[in-house]
Write a protein that binds this ligand. Structure first.
Ligand code: DAV
Length: 378
């Protein structure tokens, strides 16, 4: 039996062995729904398109995704891809109906590896309810290959109207400012809701961001599931991000002792203590080269996709090719920096970290916070 299990990944940086890279095949525009109000960047009053993305837009994104896959492959890393899925099909459940689904560009949002376990997130948006399907064939393969592999699907929320707080989208800026410490967003607190990309893995310690896509019940579910398995789960907040969704453009661990931080989204006061008390360094990313007004017009993410880097090891990191200031900073921090063009993937909701799901890295579960005092739930 080989030393490490078919599924084995405990952090964001250990030497990468096997990874899933997303695909833009059959991608559709995300529909307007209670958990999402997509808008065209330079023309917010024009209705957002619906249905399938254009063939050209899909080809451009697929070409960049293939470029990332080729780079990973050239480094000896096994690259897997999702199965085709008809995202143009509507979804109807007892609780909701939605005209089309989204895409399989960002496996990170849906799937997470916690050591030898695969967890499928509940998801927070209707159009993404069945987004685990393109990965199921791979999950079965890993699960069949090795009895050490655990597989958990988190409870699906109803996604009925009552689960959401639709007024959220109308709150004026002053109100958002006044409420910035309440951490109430478009999803209510009654049902268990989380996207996988709101988590970040640092060995025994897992960070979870409270966001538009992960609520407090979701975090309680994760704690009750993960604490008996030896993990410590830490909720983190970034009060200046009024539309938080997914932690990997905000707080990006690069190796033991080093986190790349977003200068416009500091941690809530006090939450930096666990890092500083354990000798970790928080280093701000430089301003992105591509500003918010240079993002693709259908892109719903911020310019901070610049920070969404992918680690191949504690010394090798992949960065978008235009983001020279960040590449220089990473080189100064002793990383070997690899670059790929990835701007056409942005309109599908992510960059290099979002568009991947690492299944296997070398290494074991380690404690990078030996001075931590932690109160488990039970
Ligand atoms: O900062 O706009 C984008 C990440 C989406 N997966 C941001 C978060």
């Amino acid at each position: 039996m080989r030393y490490s299990a078919a599924v084995n990944s405990w952090n964001e940086w250990d030497p990468l062995q096997e990874i899933v890279v997303g695909s833009a095949d059959n991608a559709c525009f995300e529909p307007t729904e209670p958990g999402s109000r997509p808008a065209i960047r330079d023309s917010p009053d024009t209705p957002f398109p619906t249905g399938p993305k254009s063939k050209e837009a899909i080809e451009r994104a697929n070409e960049e995704l293939a470029g990332l896959a080729a780079l990973l492959d050239s480094q000896g890393i096994t690259v897997r891809r999702p199965e085709p899925h008809d995202f143009s099909a509507p979804v109807r459940t007892p609780g909701f109906e939605v005209e089309n689904q989204y895409c399989a560009v960002c496996p990170r949002d849906v799937m997470i590896t916690m050591g030898n376990e695969i967890i499928e997130a509940t998801m927070s948006r209707r159009a993404r309810y069945f987004e685990y399907e393109p990965y199921r064939k791979l999950v079965y393969e890993y699960w069949n290959a090795d009895p050490r592999v655990e597989w958990t699907t988190a409870p699906k929320p109803s996604m009925r109207d009552g689960m959401y707080r639709e007024e959220f989208w109308e709150w004026p800026l002053e109100q958002r400012h006044a409420r910035m410490h309440s951490f109430e967003f478009c999803v209510g607190q009654d049902e268990v809701v989380f996207d996988a990309a709101d988590m970040s893995r640092l060995g025994r310690d897992i960070l979870v961001q409270e966001s538009m896509t992960t609520n407090r019940a979701g975090i309680r579910w994760l704690r009750r599931h993960l604490e008996p398995r030896g993990f410590r789960v830490h909720t983190v907040h970034f009060p200046l991000d009024f539309f938080p969704s997914h932690i990997d453009c905000t707080f990006v661990p690069l190796r033991p002792g080093l986190v790349l931080t977003n200068p416009e989204r500091p941690l809530r006061e006090g939450e930096e203590k666990m890092f500083l008390a354990n000798g970790w360094e928080l280093v701000d990313a430089p301003q992105p080269v591509l500003g918010n007004d240079e993002m693709p017009k259908y892109c719903q993410s911020s310019k901070w996709l610049s920070m969404n880097v992918l680690s191949m090891s504690p010394t090798k990191v992949i960065c978008e090719e235009r983001e020279k200031p960040l590449q220089d900073l990473l080189a100064k921090l002793d990383f070997e920096v690899f670059t790929v063009p990835f701007r056409h993937v942005f309109e599908y909701g992510g960059s290099l970290h979002c568009a991947t799901w690492d299944v296997r890295r070398e290494g074991i579960c380690e404690d990078y916070f030996p001075a931590l005092r932690y109160e488990p739930l039970v």
